[in-house]
Design a protein around this ligand. Structure first.
Ligand SMILES: Nc1nc(=O)c2c([nH]1)NC[C@@H]1CN(c3ccc(C(=O)N[C@@H](CCC(=O)O)C(=O)O)cc3)CN21
Ligand SMILES: CC(C)C(=O)C(=O)O
Ligand SMILES: [Mg+2]
Length: 264
């Protein structure tokens, strides 16, 4: 696999080649995922749930993300690695600039921040200083207490228009990739068509430029509730490497996600 960077991802969108992304938190899985052709590894703050056992992502710290980013980078020297900025680590511009350093120095190629409008100056400041930014809209789990649970977002016309407007504003501010989580497929299609940057979906239908899942969901080992948009590829294949290569090929061919993994 050619080494991935923002220019390669941009080209994949233009050529309509689907982008695959998985969360990874350690060196062994990072290496295995990279070997199976997964283009992007995400050190997600979902680690607060699947590794640490919390019921949401809020307890995760910068040190947690930096530690796991170092591990992922150690296992996959050439991988394109995105590190999540955890809850309240980008509350102010000053905090953001302080907190982004350990993540980039741990080996991240890009950082991901949840939210819309309020992030515009932050995104500009980061990209100007050499830090590529991934946006994250829709169900942004750090706002679970505002939403009153992990609920599908953008169901009303008004909410849908607002998410599209925010996606366009984030792109204008400088994000080079966008994650859309748990929104209706029709809205994901509008946003993917409207943006020139690649859009990665999770619970956003098969219309985005790529797909991301939490690795524990692919292997059916998440504790507690397993989201409707995930698929247990280990059960289907019986072997971890085959599970990952099947995920990759099903995303590439558009088989995954099917209607049953999507919201309307
Ligand atoms: N194991 C795991 N997988 C994930 O995808 C994930 C995490 N953890 N932790 C961080 C966030 C939290 N996420 C979640 C968690 C639950 C739902 C969920 O229960 N969704 C309902 C939709 C409810 C509705 O219809 O509004 C579902 O049926 O999937 C969604 C996203 C996604 N991320
Ligand atoms: C679910 C993905 C998009 C994420 O942000 C995470 O794993 O933390
Ligand atoms: Mg996250």
């Amino acid at each position: 696999m050619a080494k991935i960077n923002t220019a390669v991802l941009q080209k994949m969108k233009q050529q309509a080649e689907k982008i695959t992304m998985l969360t990874a938190y350690d060196a062994s899985f990072a290496k295995l995922f990279a070997e199976q052709g997964v283009e992007i590894l995400l050190v997600g703050d979902s680690l607060g749930m699947v590794l640490q056992g919390h019921s949401d992502t809020l307890p995760v710290t910068i040190n947690d993300i930096a530690y796991h980013t170092r591990s992922v980078r150690a296992g996959a020297a050439d991988a394109f690695v995105i590190a999540d900025m955890p809850f309240m680590s980008y509350g102010t511009l000053e905090q953001t600039l302080q907190n982004v350093m350990p993540l980039m120095q741990a080996g991240a190629n890009m950082v991901k921040l949840e939210g819309g409008e309020f992030l515009l100056p932050t995104i500009k400041a980061l990209t100007e200083r050499g830090v590529p930014v991934c946006g994250h809209l829709g169900l942004t789990p750090q706002s679970v207490h505002v939403f009153g649970g992990f609920k599908v977002q953008g169901k009303s016309n008004e909410q849908a228009d607002s998410i599209l407007t925010q996606a366009q504003a984030l792109q204008a501010a400088g994000i080079q990739l966008l994650v859309l989580e748990c929104i209706p497929t029709a809205l994901a299609k509008r946003i993917t068509d409207a943006l020139t940057i690649p859009v990665i979906g999770i619970g956003a239908g098969n219309v985005t430029d790529g797909q991301v899942l939490v690795m524990h969901d692919i292997m059916g080992i998440s504790s507690g509730y397993i989201p409707k948009f995930s698929k247990n590829y280990l059960q289907q294949t019986g072997e971890i490497r085959s599970a990952i290569s099947t995920f990759v090929s099903e995303v590439k061919s558009g088989i995954f996600p099917a209607a049953e993994h999507s919201f309307n």
